[in-house]
Design a protein around this ligand. Sequence first.
Ligand code: GLC
Length: 425
Amino acid sequence: MSTREERTKLFLQDRFGMFIHWGLYSIPARGEWLRGNEKMTFEQYKVYFDEFDAARYDPRAWARAAKAAGQKYAVLTTKHHDGFCLFDSRLTDFKATNTPAGRDLIREYVDAFREEGISVGLYYSIIDWNHPDYPGYGDRIHPDRDNEASKDKPIDFDRYLTYMHGQVRELLTDYGKIDIMWFDFSYDNMTGEKWKATELIRMIRSIQPDIIIDNRLGGDIRAAEPEEYAGDFYSPEQIIPPGGIVDANGVSIPWEACITLNDNWGYHSTDREYKSSAQVIRTLVECVSKNGNLLLNVGPDAKGEMTRDSLNVLEEVGEWLRLNGESIYGCGISELAKPEWGRYTQRGNKLYAHVFDRGIGPIYFAGLKGKIKRARLLRDGSELKVELPWMAEQYSDIDSGAFINLKGAKLPDERDTVIELELLP
Ligand code: GLC
């Protein structure tokens, strides 16, 4: 069997992925949690099931948008906490094929993204607010948590586990090779072996030996000896871990921060709080500079279209990556400390200086004196000279530092101007 290092190699080179939250909740358009948040009954929620038509669902357009954005992999919600399945599961009727959409939307997604050469990930909620054998009353988040009527309803959790394992088996059997299995999520005592996690993981690996799995089945992926089900990568949410993620021995482990483009995962019709392309670019750089990936979320609308605002940001980020991608893909943490003006990423003897803050005068590179073979502006390949500024010896550490003079008051790209430094061995 492959090791975690082997399995995650490509994933960690890819660095940038597209997360997609899409489902019935895109119709009420106030986020994917509403069934739980608003304690909705099945009947109330079924309204959306009866009208979900995916009329403008065009996963090829999604895949093209991801590709143009420079994203190398994608993760789509096959089933969220509401229990609704975008795929044609044989184990439930609560699925896209029984809505007006009338087809297996996951099949189309997998085919479209594969065709664009983008790795395919499946998000699957292990929480299920629709299954009769999932604990409702007294749970912390379930729509029936305060519903006295469901208090004494007998449940058979093993039956739910059989269902859940069965659906995972379907997802990993029916759609060819799947690159990422993205489970969501464990909480309180609903964690680890409560999900029969070891059994689940073994089943997954027997069907898809090279698949990588997130760490949300529970366990401690940072332990010296993690549980078998602790997963292949850590998945911090809505935060870039300040020091990256390291294990008990201080060794960097694979991680991916998932971040929303506005303030919601699922479509929200009035949420216009989109991050700018500058924020996304700098966040991606931050992740890579700490050995992590960025999974950037978009929430398509009820008809299946991504919002113009989302697409604009993706396009801008993609254009930056087209010119500066070498400083991201296959790169990771640098041996040098974070500089004052921005961040470093590195791949072998290529050091990438991401200048966020122009300042005035030459850019100072601590510790690089005599170590730079060649300096180029990454976006156009133009030469930059390493030279000692006038009188710098009187007030700078010229014994160990190097300087590059950038012309002009503004950076060529104020969001992030990348200088490629080829280091001497
Ligand atoms: C969560 C939320 C959720 C979202 C996910 C993404 O824990 O429950 O709605 O899908 O994180 O990471």
